[in-house]
Design a protein around this ligand. Structure first.
Ligand SMILES: Cc1ncc(COP(=O)(O)O)c(C=O)c1O
Length: 455
């Protein structure tokens, strides 16, 4: 590679100096045990920093000082082993390092013409996931920013396919899912002006074929264009009864979308693989490697059984795009909402290549092991109670005698002391505590330490 001309915004600054500051920071962050850090108010940041953007610029060293001393400590480290709220992000070292390379490489990964090498590699990573799901050879898709866009893109493709196949006067507008489905499904329906029909879950919180059939019959199956099953709900990690749901979808010719944004990663773990039986029948599937597959933000793998249907729904057409759209190449941008895209699947691909897929299975199994330990430890303590049996690596529990304010005070104290980030959740009006364990560096001692603070 030949050196490029020295290009900085401030001519008297050396590219080499800034490069050193940046790479030193990145190296230290990658090597360190990250601090949990804490959140700051806007007023506090305003007071500390004022306006950072000035007419003449402050130079790279000073800009990095602002980030290092003020901004970075005001961002929680989602890869801290005791960051157990929402769904954390615990990227592998290899994926984080390669994210730097992607950032430095100015790759446009929307089209094969411009980003063939990157798209080829991303497609290998997508194929690995498709094989875990059991999708056919023709399956394919794209890495999109997150589960929200993945779900929306899949549902847009489903609606387009349903409309194409429906009699002229019929425009199917309904989607079926349980209340456990992620909020992004309701949001997608809102964006699409579609109606989300709630299906009753069984006692284990799962969508079943039987309940689905009843809901379809009540509303008229021909009014639906998709069914969304969840493989690992956000609040509890519940995997729907995918086999029976798939059967009912097939009976009714309905698009079967599986949202595995969080739980799809469990496909790699032999100990829980049976929970996903039936997933191989899905028409579309998402999993976020930035959740439980050790990739940095933002990275959602979106796969279609018949990519041509998605392409028909998503391809943007314009004279300036003809050179791309009229080619037969695989253009990732044709498979989701959005046009320009970074090669966000590359850090994930790189880490798979470096570490091998066995390491992924072992890492997911390890987090499941720690979740098993957490559940046992909760059951062992008289003042704690598991809310339901765990499917995957989310553990939800109640602290007997606590009010919602007690849960919040406990959570606030854990964060203020930089011990842990464990926000309360609610379920059917009850406030509860919840761990989402996706970080292979989270240990049994971490869990014990947090549970000890509930006394
Ligand atoms: C099951 C499920 N689906 C979708 C999403 C949305 O994903 P994202 O936050 O990447 O948009 C989440 C996020 O937690 C999720 O758990």
């Amino acid at each position: 590679m030949s050196a490029r001309p020295n290009f900085t915004l401030r001519p008297h600054e050396e590219l080499a100096d800034l490069l050193q500051v940046i790479t030193d920071y990145a190296e230290e962050r990658i090597r360190m045990e990250p601090p949990l850090d804490r959140t700051r108010t806007r007023a506090d940041l305003d007071a500390a920093l004022g306006s950072t953007i000035t007419a003449s610029g402050v130079g790279g060293a000073e800009a990095m000082r602002i980030f290092t001393d003020e901004l970075a400590p005001a961002c929680l480290s989602t890869d801290h082993p005791r960051f157990l709220s929402f769904i954390p992000c615990a990227p592998s070292d290899a994926s984080v390092m390669f994210d730097l390379v992607v950032g430095a490489s100015s790759v446009y990964a929307g089209s094969w013409l411009e980003g063939a090498g990157a798209v080829w590699a991303e497609n290998q990573a997508l194929r690995w996931i498709a094989d875990l799901v059991g999708m056919p050879d023709e399956a394919g898709g794209v890495f999109v920013p997150g589960g929200t866009i993945g779900n929306l893109s899949a549902l847009v493709a489903a609606r387009s396919a349903a409309r194409d196949g429906a009699p002229v006067a019929v425009r199917p507008w309904r989607v079926a899912a349980t209340e456990g489905a992620h909020s992004s499904i309701a949001s997608a329906c809102e964006v699409m002006d579609a109606e989300l029909v709630g299906v009753a879950a069984d006692d284990a919180g799962r969508l079943t074929g039987e309940a689905l059939r009843a809901a379809l019959e009540a509303h008229g199956p021909e009014t639906f264009f998709a069914v969304v099953a969840t493989a690992g709900t956000t609040n509890f990690g519940i995997v729907d009864d995918l086999a029976s749901v798939a059967r009912v979808c097939r009976e009714n010719g309905l698009w079967f979308h599986v949202d595995g944004a969080y739980g799809g990663a469990g496909l790699v773990a032999p100990s829980v693989r049976a929970l996903y039986d039936g997933i191989e029948h899905c028409d579309s599937f998402i999993v976020d490697p930035h959740k439980w597959l050790f990739a940095p933000f933002d990275c959602c793998a979106l796969l279609y059984r018949q990519p041509a249907l998605a392409r028909a729904a998503h391809t943007q057409r314009a004279g300036y795009l003809d050179v791309l759209t009229e080619a037969t190449d695989w253009n990732p941008t044709d498979y989701s909402v959005g046009l320009t895209r970074r090669a966000r699947g590359l850090p994930f691909w790189f880490s798979l290549v470096v570490n091998g897929t066995d390491a992924y299975a072992a890492a997911v199994e390890h987090t499941l092991e720690v979740a098993r330990f957490a559940a046992a430890e909760i059951a062992r303590r008289d003042h704690l109670e598991l809310v339901r049996e765990r499917d995957l690596s989310v553990v939800v529990f109640r602290r007997l005698g606590w009010t919602p304010a007690d849960y919040q005070a406990w959570s606030d104290r854990l964060l203020a002391d930089e011990v842990a980030f464990v926000v309360p959740t609610t379920h059917r009006g009850e406030t509860l505590a919840r761990f989402a364990i996706v970080n292979p560096l989270t240990t049994e001692d971490d869990i014990r330490l947090i549970l000890d603070t509930t006394m």
